[in-house]
Write a protein that binds this ligand. Structure first.
Ligand SMILES: Nc1nc2c(ncn2[C@@H]2O[C@H](COP(=O)(O)OP(=O)(O)OP(=O)(O)O)[C@@H](O)[C@H]2O)c(=O)[nH]1
Ligand SMILES: [Mg+2]
Length: 366
């Protein structure tokens, strides 16, 4: 399964965010480099659609989809050449499919380090760019020679050269809007900035009323792409990680009360988890019945048999067809039986591409 990795300077609140998202208990401390080994956890994905289905079916159990999150060691200036925990950081980040950059904005004299999120972004991006540039430079000569002999390698060479010119200008590849087909050609280089990115600005409680200008400032800096680049916008979310972490320990009604007291609605964790889930290309389909209602995670673009295989390999092997209805239509009709008698269940075969929000029942035979 795809994973999103938390990346940031020491003491930016990565592990606090990791624990809050995953219900984990990895060590959090006010000194830098508290995290030395990566930890992996699953963040459950709040989903109002699932809650509504579960209520409709009076399900005894409700099972959420999840997104795998990796807590990575902190990065400092010079990490690309081995400062701090440089190598460990680089290894951790190479293994994930998307990055969640955590920038510290909160001010706390007890916690070592700076709280200028823009400067932190600059430091992080520079290290990532330098590490990528070193990788690209080490490969280019060899690949140019190879492409002279084997012309089929020239498209790949071109996209690596393109990456070099972007990186040489100090721009991370995720900002350059190069398109997924180029990224595919560069995949075997495992470049750090060739992954989709989401930014979380870790705000202090005292900053919640001025969160917008802080978050907007980071968004503006990130949209500063090279001229002409389509540049997919990077999503930036503000969160008071400490407050959210405390709230995550409470029962759901107490949590809502606390967060609403701060004007935070359902809280930022749900938004972070959802943004991460979408960033790594995950989508959700549902199954619902009196036993359980469940959200299943699938890769965007998957077919009905592939989705059946997410439930159980037998269902994929023996797939005959799927009965499908979109969740909102089902909710309107009020029950699976009602949908069936109204003739609203579509029968879909092996070629059907499942849509986010579809409710499925698989017919199979093994
Ligand atoms: N005041 C305040 N402190 C926070 C907040 N988030 C985290 N902290 C504190 O900052 C310190 C560092 O938090 P961690 O979650 O360990 O940070 P980290 O980024 O994982 O740090 P390393 O693993 O050392 O790279 C801890 O003392 C936290 O309690 C916040 O929103 N407000
Ligand atoms: Mg940590």
């Amino acid at each position: 399964m795809e994973r999103i990795g938390l990346v940031g300077l020491p003491n930016s609140g990565k592990t606090s965010l990791f624990n809050a998202l995953t219900g984990g208990s990895a060590m959090v401390a006010s000194h830098p480099f508290t995290t030395t080994e990566t930890s992996v956890g699953v963040a459950a994905l709040p989903d109002a659609r699932l809650d509504a289905l579960s209520e409709m079916s009076r399900s005894r159990k409700t099972v959420r989809a999840g997104v795998e999150v990796v807590d990575i060691a902190g990065l400092v200036a010079g990490s690309s050449t081995g400062e701090g925990l440089g190598n460990r950081f680089l290894a951790g980040i190479r293994e994930v499919d998307a990055l969640c950059v955590v920038l510290r904005a909160f001010d706390d004299p007890e916690v070592a380090g700076e709280n200028d999120p823009l400067e932190a972004l600059g430091t992080l991006e520079l290290e990532l760019v330098l590490a990528d540039l070193a990788t690209v430079d080490a490969q280019l000569d060899k690949r140019r020679k190879a492409a002279r002999v084997d012309k089929s390698l020239s498209a790949q060479l071109e996209s690596i050269e393109e990456a070099q010119s972007v990186l040489s200008a100090g721009t991370p590849l995720y900002r350059a809007g190069l398109g997924p087909e180029h990224s595919h050609a560069r995949r075997e280089l495992f470049l750090l900035t060739d992954k989709p990115v989401l930014v979380v600005v870790n705000l202090g409680e005292d900053q919640l009323d001025k969160a917008e200008p802080i978050v907007d400032g980071i968004s503006a800096a990130l949209s500063d792409a090279p001229p002409g680049a389509p540049g997919a916008p990077v999503e930036v979310l503000g969160a008071c990680v400490q407050l959210e972490a405390e709230a995550a320990q409470l029962t759901s009604s107490e949590r809502l009360e606390l967060l609403e007291g701060f004007g935070l609605g359902e809280g930022a964790l749900a938004r972070v988890a959802r943004a991460a889930y979408h960033l790594i290309g995950r989508r959700t389909f549902f199954t619902t019945g009196d036993k359980e209602s469940r959200a299943w995670s699938f890769r965007s673009g998957a077919t009905a048999p592939e989705c059946a295989g997410v439930i159980h390999s037998d269902l994929q092997r023996g797939f005959i067809r799927a009965e499908v209805i979109h969740y909102d239509e089902l909710l309107q009709l009020g029950s699976w039986t009602a949908a069936k008698s109204a003739g609203k269940l579509r029968l879909e075969g092996k070629e059907y591409h499942v849509a986010d929000g579809d409710v499925l029942e698989i017919r199979f035979n093994v």
